[in-house]
Design a protein around this ligand. Sequence first.
Ligand code: NAD
Ligand code: UDP
Length: 339
Amino acid sequence: MKNHKILITGGAGYIGSHTVIKLLELGFSIVILDNFSNSTYRIIKKIKEITNKNFEIIKGDITDRRILKNIFKKYKIKSVIHFAGLKSVNESDKFPLSYYENNVIGSINLIKEMELANIKNLVFSSSATVYGNQNNHLYKEDAPLSPINTYGRTKLIIEEILRSICNIDPEWRAIIFRYFNPIGAHESGLIGDNPINCPNNLLPFICQVAIGKRKKLFVFGDDYPTSDGTGKRDYIHVEDLANAHALSINYFEKTNNSFSVFNLGTGKSFSVLEVIKAFEEATSIKIPYQIVKRRDGDVCESLADPSKAKLELGWEAKFDLKRMCIDSWRWQSINPKGI
Ligand code: NAD
Ligand code: UDP
């Protein structure tokens, strides 16, 4: 493992930092590249505190090809896990050019420099957003792809670029992970979802209500065709995602497929009201809420069929919604202002 060096773009971010910890614990050698646009350098100290291991950290941007070239010249990188990117759905429709530049151009630069350095193992963070809004909400990897926002379109474009490269060069190994709704935090409570900007996801908002930063939660719509009318999602613990990334490194070695796509979800979906109830039961904290109108661009339900990941990667989610709520709350209550 020690001589398997992995470049992790966006390794200071939410999913990246949990994955870095997992890989360090498994003995991999890690180089992080992050521009800290949505994370803080303080996370590095936390990762060291948890793992007691050393790793390289480079402050830089994936849109800067010189930095990528220098990294591949300096370190003997064998695989790349590519988390770096902008991820706000709302913001992506307001600033599409920034999203295409950061996500698509950044990824093209990365892939080009990988090719020049003859490095052909890449794990890419895609999203359930690529499925869009379809009548059948249970998504298998071969479901039609029709993202309904700019963020999702950037993810689909990058997937397609990787598919094309793998088609012409069988030496490439590209693993596409479509994450459903990542929540939870490291069990130490030392790291968790720590966005620089205002969060816009459900669990961070629930935690802010629980901690007293907000008076109540706004529930976006109760007129969806679901059991209680609120939107349903497949929530997945960030530690389960980290485990999938660890398995992906073995998969590079054993698969003959040059392009592989996996859904990462639990295969169970929960409504907003069910999540509130699960959080209240897990923490004994009451979450006042008010139903308001639907949020623009929201889909009714999103649910993974994760059976391919189980069959081919040997991965399945271990943590349930209660544990996700407990870990999210531990992180938020220990770090009320983030880190
Ligand atoms: P995050 O914002 O916490 O982490 C992304 C990291 O990338 C941050 O540390 C940020 O500073 C860095 N970064 C952004 N642009 C960069 C650039 N141009 N150069 C270098 N570093 C850059 O996000 P996350 O939740 O950890 O998500 C990681 C990946 O997973 C992203 O690609 C995201 O789109 C994808 N994803 C996230 C979710 C989710 O809900 N969290 C769901 C599906 C997919
Ligand atoms: N949601 C909500 N109030 C909030 C944030 C989210 O009711 O303050 C709902 C949202 O409409 C969706 C679900 O919670 O049905 C999950 O939203 P999130 O933004 O976490 O994930 P995404 O919609 O991107 O899948």
